[in-house]
Design a protein around this ligand. Structure first.
Ligand code: HEC
Ligand code: CU
Length: 356
């Protein structure tokens, strides 16, 4: 329960345990300093003027004042400069926090009244706990089964809304091994206050052991492939070789797509999710609108797996759970890449021409 660190000079703050935590703190202290300076200045001025201009005689008439350009300029310019420093400081910190590094290790998070479900790329699942290695960039791709939640790790000085029907992301790089609080920071119903847990930051080798020691479920990619080929029957349209009626899904991730109505979009996680839930809303050029909606038939966790599988068809290997130097990870990596490699090559020109 001890999250305050003994070395922090004022024990008012949670520990600084991420690469950008100090930036948030400095910005915060700067805001306090600016507010403190003006608050104290105003109070001093009140007393000073109250004494200096106190009523010395009854019915005195004060001198008329006709404005002062230098004074006007001074009190416009100084606040302007101060607010710009706040804006710039805030913008830099915000940019560092929400620009997700490309080489981050991806972990999926699904919020649900009232728990956090976490799944690693290697298949491990955990609830209300999040194990991460120290010194690695970690990206969380998050969504929720029900209402709005908010994923908050005070020691990392980061939080992000978790929104129904959408993927939101956040990232951090933990700097110190330890155990840190994790909260839901958006009131989400009766047991909102209980919707929290712990983040465990481990040395890379302990983390690798942890990954290896936890009996591995299917990886998200494997689970997605299973849904795709067996449980949901996507493969009947999307992997039919020459008779394929559905759009080609290999090597599409991150690329632009053109719709029959002439609009375009970039195929990101959000787009793939929407393709599965509302296929009619975005018909890919060259295809018939025959794909049924899977709304109500798949959970958010299954959707995350499907998205991971479709990403893997584009050779997305971004960030496995383990370090690249680790031998057990090479095994995991190869399992994750299997779908991609075993996929028969289908030249895209063929498909396009055929279905037109
Ligand atoms: C009845 C056949 C059929 C089934 C079943 C089907 N699809 Fe489709 N799918 C299509 C067709 C046709 C298109 C292209 C037209 C469109 O955009 O709706 C498509 C488009 C897509 C796209 C967008 C492709 C692109 O180029 O951007 C994705 C992603 C997708 N499907 C995923 C799935 C998944 C996942 C499943 C299973 C849950 C599935 N589909 C089931 C026929 C099908
Ligand atoms: Cu919540």
């Amino acid at each position: 329960m001890m999250i305050m660190q003994d070395t922090s000079w004022v024990p008012l703050f949670p520990e600084d345990a991420s690469s950008f935590a100090w930036q948030v703190d400095y910005l915060y202290f700067y805001l306090i300093a600016v507010s403190g300076f003006f608050a104290i200045g105003v109070v001093i001025a009140i007393f000073f003027f109250a004494i200096k201009y106190r009523a010395k005689e009854k019915f005195a008439t004060p001198d008329e004042i006709h404005g002062s350009i230098p004074l006007e300029l001074f009190w416009s310019f100084v606040p302007f400069v101060i607010s710009m420093t706040i804006f710039l400081g805030g913008a830099v910190v915000y940019y560092n926090q929400y620009k997700i590094p490309a080489d981050a290790m991806e972990i999926y998070v699904v919020g649900k009244q009232w728990m956090w479900k976490v799944q690693h790329r290697t298949g491990q699942r955990e609830i209300n706990e999040l194990h991460v290695p120290v010194g690695r960039k970690v990206k969380l791709t998050m969504t929720t089964e029900d209402v709005l939640h908010d994923f908050f790790i005070p020691a990392f000085r980061t939080k992000a809304d978790v929104v129904p029907g959408r993927y939101t992301t956040m990232w951090f790089e933990a700097t110190k091994p330890g155990k840190y609080r994790l909260y839901c920071a958006e009131y989400c119903g009766l047991n909102h206050a209980g919707m929290g847990g712990w983040v465990y930051v481990m040395e890379q080798k302990d983390f690798d052991n942890w990954l290896a020691g936890n009996a591995s479920d299917q990886t998200p990619v494997q689970a997605g492939e299973d849904l795709f080929t067996n449980k949901l029957g996507c493969a009947s349209c999307h992997a039919g070789g020459d008779s394929q009626r559905g759009a080609k899904l290999e090597n599409i991730f991150g690329k632009e797509v053109k719709f029959v109505d002439g609009n375009t979009a970039v195929r990101d996680e959000q787009y793939i999710r929407n393709s599965i839930l509302n296929p009619g809303s975005q018909i890919v050029e060259g295809y018939q609108p025959i794909m049924p909606t899977f709304k109500g038939q798949v959970t958010e966790e299954q959707l995350v797996s499907l998205v991971a599988y479709i990403k893997s068809l584009s050779g997305d290997t971004s960030a496995t759970g383990t370090s690249t130097s680790n031998s057990s990870s090479t095994q995991e990596d190869s399992t994750m890449n299997q779908p991609k490699e075993s996929e028969p090559k289908k030249p895209s020109e063929d498909k396009e021409g055929e279905s037109k």
